[in-house]
Design a binder for this molecule. Structure first.
Ligand code: CUA
Length: 360
């Protein structure tokens, strides 16, 4: 009988016991398996071909990348299976035009349900165990670890090296030395991430979180904040420089010299005091303010190139005591209150001079 007769037949007999359209019909199971296997192989090839992550920069990176690849290899066939059955069903069992009847009252299939609960359960359990073993391996304490305290604040990162007794506004790490990052925040939640290291952790008020990393490749990698932390979130980016052990030691010495006697900063080859433009960026000013000569375009605070008629004393007060005179249209307590502790006298002088000059 053709389709129209069949529908009329159904209407005469009432709801059938089984869907008459598939009764006695052979499903193209072999064909679907063939298509599914082919689609899975193509899908796996594509996902493995895509570069999901930037170059690896730590000893953990390859383990994490392998874990990710295994997850993809397991996920693609499941996705293909679900989509093959779904697409086949949509095409094959679509209601004919004009068919407004209810579907067949199918109650379920116990054997199928046991299979589709058991197999995913076993897969997810196996992957969870693999993930746990990998995490345990990555987080294991290493010999000769160097502790680096990382502090997030709106909108900059600062770094402290307890064993070197050094505070720094940039992150420099010796290659192949295990690092134990202790992550803090002064205000809201931030998230510390160097994509090349792969590992990431939130900086949470009142907590110290940790990330263990052994950088194994020299280079400059971006430090990114990955937690929406306010208007300047997208500008909360700095660099992690991974250098040789010798370069690291001389960087530490230079930093100490610059911080100690107020001598000219040795590192940048500056001849006349601290580099104010560099200070403007490294202290996070550019994360909140616009300043044409510094290439800063943030709009959390006032445009520092357009302060109008101001003198050096006003600029100095605005840096060390930001709530003293808040520009109209802006709120107090947004700007960090601790620049008076963070900046040396020379650095503050240089910044005041720099900002005063910026008014033209
Ligand atoms: Cu800090 Cu986003």
């Amino acid at each position: 009988m053709d389709e129209r007769e069949r529908v009329q037949d159904d209407e005469a007999k009432g709801p059938p016991e089984t869907d008459p359209r598939i009764a006695g019909e052979k499903h193209p199971v072999a064909k679907m398996i063939g298509i599914g296997v082919l689609a899975s192989l193509v899908g796996i090839a594509i996902t493995l071909w895509i570069d999901w992550f930037p170059e690896a920069g730590s000893t953990s990176a390859n383990k994490i990348d392998t874990l990710y690849d295994v997850l993809l290899i397991c996920s693609v066939p499941v996705f293909v299976l679900v989509m093959t059955v779904a697409i086949y069903s949509v095409v094959r069992f679509r209601a004919k035009p004009g068919d407004l009847g209810d579907g067949a009252p199918i109650h379920g299939n116990t054997r199928l349900e046991v299979i589709w609960v058991t197999i995913p359960f076993l897969m997810v359990t196996a992957l969870a165990i693999y993930g746990w073993i990998t995490l345990d391996d990555i987080e294991a304490k290493q010999p000769n670890e160097m502790v680096v305290n990382v502090t997030g604040q709106q909108f900059t990162w600062t770094f402290q090296y307890p064993s070197e007794k050094l505070d720094a506004k940039e992150l420099v790490l010796p290659v192949d030395r295990p690092v134990d990052f202790r992550i803090h925040t002064k205000d809201v939640i931030h998230s510390f991430w160097v994509p090349q290291f792969r590992l990431k952790s939130d900086a949470v008020p009142g907590l110290t979180t940790t990330v263990r990393v052994t950088p194994d490749r020299e280079g400059n990698f971006e430090v990114v904040c990955t937690e929406l932390c306010g208007l300047g979130h997208s500008t909360m980016r700095q660099f992690a420089s991974v250098v040789s052990a010798g370069e690291f030691r001389s960087w530490v010495a230079d930093q100490k010299k610059a911080a100690g006697g107020g001598a000219p900063a040795g590192g940048g080859g500056q001849a006349s005091g601290p580099d104010a433009a560099a200070l403007f960026t490294s202290n996070g000013c550019s994360g909140c303010h616009t300043l044409a000569e510094a290439g800063a375009t943030a709009k959390v605070g006032p445009d520092l190139g357009k302060l109008g008629k101001v003198n050096a004393a006003f600029i100095r007060t605005s840096i060390v005591d930001p709530n003293a005179d808040v520009t109209k249209g802006y709120k107090p307590n947004i700007m960090p209150q601790d620049f008076k502790d963070k900046l040396s006298k020379e650095e503050l002088d240089a910044l005041v001079k720099y900002l005063l000059k910026a008014q033209g």
